[in-house]
Design a protein around this ligand. Structure first.
Ligand code: NDP
Length: 433
């Protein structure tokens, strides 16, 4: 905290991990003696660069670009790119730190990284987004590579942006390699990658619910966000017989008391991914309630899936969810719950999954995209989905194995210890580097 006083999100992510790891480290002094944790909180490399581009009025704009290469202990750096005005070094360090544990949990050989820019794609023309992506990659390309660092999407970076980034990388490097994941199907992408984070989150919740003899059937499910993760989490919930009662964006919450219909889900996909419109329009179109400036957590629900952004669910929201009888919270977003909210969920003993476990399906399927690229073949949707499902079940199993506590499962502890051990053992074996 003294070294980087202006990085509250990073401190929060580290505190969450250290609190649950500490007893384990005391019981296993070899990790402490080798300074594993001290090394893990310092990025191996942090790159910061200028991203100049020209807007549609002919004016020069300048944004700040970043890539944090956090850990390469178990594989090449891997993690998404975020384009959002709130991006700064502290936010990306928290995301990169979480990514190290998450990637380890997938059991695939991927280190941790994260990057992005304080660029806001909202309201920008196609041409502006393309020119920005090209300028961003004009610097990033020298720091990444198929065996070095493989970025993907995140907030503000979807299929469109990955396409522009890939095109520029290929032009500059003169190589068609697996340097980005989340690619389009026509140029090396994997089936099910767009669906993977949302589906994976629901698969994880399903495993937690199974342990208490519950399922999604007829459950009221509150979802936040309306982007990539929220869209596919909603689809899978509906497929499993649950009722999706909310979606949200930065303007407020759409409330669908009876649950979204298939037609409304299709409308959402077109609205968000083709027209790039706002959720308020959808509420107006269907005569649904739009709760301006409100989050979904005050709504009575059985299951909550926060799928928007960090710290979107605080202690007060957690109390409201628990008072309304919510039995399960599975995080699709990264660190959506504040430390206070996490404590309340864990104390209450509900099924609570931290994002690094429940949203790992996205990066896991990126790992599967890299494998397919390396083998120069394509797996069917069914094959990828089956592997994704199996990986989520294995992560759940690992969390249960390490998270048993007074007859309950503490998934925070389970995910942190399971994610830590593999990385720490690799670091011990590789010496002080
Ligand atoms: P998208 O950009 O597709 O969607 C983001 C959604 O969250 C939008 O509805 C957006 O609303 C909302 N949102 C973003 N920032 C804020 C904010 N500050 N306040 C309120 N709402 C906000 O991103 P993704 O769906 O890909 O990512 C969502 C979360 O999931 C992030 O935490 C991301 O790190 C995490 N994640 C994503 C993975 C992936 O594969 N995509 C993998 C693992 C985790 P608006 O349009 O109004 O900004």
């Amino acid at each position: 905290k003294q070294r980087d006083p202006d990085q509250p999100e990073f401190h929060q992510a580290v505190e969450e991990v250290v609190r649950s790891l500490w007893p384990f480290l005391e019981a296993n002094p070899r990790y402490r003696e080798a300074g594993i944790l001290e090394r893990m909180v310092e990025p191996e490399r942090a790159i910061l660069f200028r991203v100049p581009w020209v807007d549609d009025r002919g004016q020069v704009q300048v944004n700040r670009g970043y890539r944090i290469q956090m850990s390469s202990a178990i594989g090449p750096y891997k993690g998404g790119l975020r384009f959002h005005p709130s991006v700064n070094l502290g936010v990306l360090k928290f995301l990169a730190f979480e990514q190290v544990f998450k990637n380890s949990l997938t059991s695939l050989p991927m280190g941790g990284g994260k990057g992005g820019a304080d660029f806001d794609p909202k309201g920008k023309s196609e041409g502006e987004v393309m020119r920005f992506c090209q300028s961003f990659m004009a610097e990033l390309y020298r720091h990444i590579g198929a065996d070095l660092d493989v970025p993907a999407g995140d907030i503000g970076v979807g299929g469109r942006e990955i396409g522009y980034l890939f095109g520029q990388y290929k032009r500059l490097s003169n190589q068609f390699t697996s340097v980005l994941t989340g690619k389009g199907l026509s140029y090396g992408g994997s089936l099910i990658r767009p669906e993977a984070t949302g589906y994976g989150c629901v698969y994880f919740a399903q495993e937690m619910l199974k342990r208490i003899d519950q399922g999604f059937e007829d459950k009221r499910v509150a979802i936040s966000g309306s982007g990539n993760v929220a869209q596919y989490a909603a689809q899978k919930v509906m497929e499993l017989g649950g009722r999706v009662i909310s979606l949200s964006d930065s303007e407020g919450t759409l409330y669908a008391e009876g649950g979204l219909s298939d037609e409304q889900w299709q409308y959402l996909m077109e609205l968000k991914n083709v027209r790039r419109g706002r959720l308020r329009e959808m509420a107006e179109h269907y005569g649904l309630q739009f709760l301006t400036s409100q989050r979904p957590w005050g709504l009575a629900c059985d299951i909550a899936l926060p799928c928007a952004t960090q710290n979107e669910l605080d202690g007060e929201d957690a109390c409201a969810l628990l008072n309304n009888g919510c039995i399960c919270v599975a995080e699709g977003a990264n660190m959506p719950s504040t430390l206070g909210a996490v404590d309340l969920f864990v104390e209450a003993g509900i099924c609570y999954a931290p994002g690094k476990a429940s949203n790992a399906g996205g990066v896991a399927t990126s790992g599967l995209e890299m494998s397919q690229n390396a083998m120069r073949l394509h797996w069917s949707a069914g094959e990828v989905d089956e592997r994704l499902h199996g990986i989520m079940q294995n992560i759940h199993h690992a969390c249960v194995h390490h998270g048993e506590e007074n007859g309950r499962i503490n998934y925070v502890k389970g995910a942190n210890i399971a994610g830590f051990v593999k990385v720490a053992d690799a670091m011990l074996a590789q010496g002080v580097v």
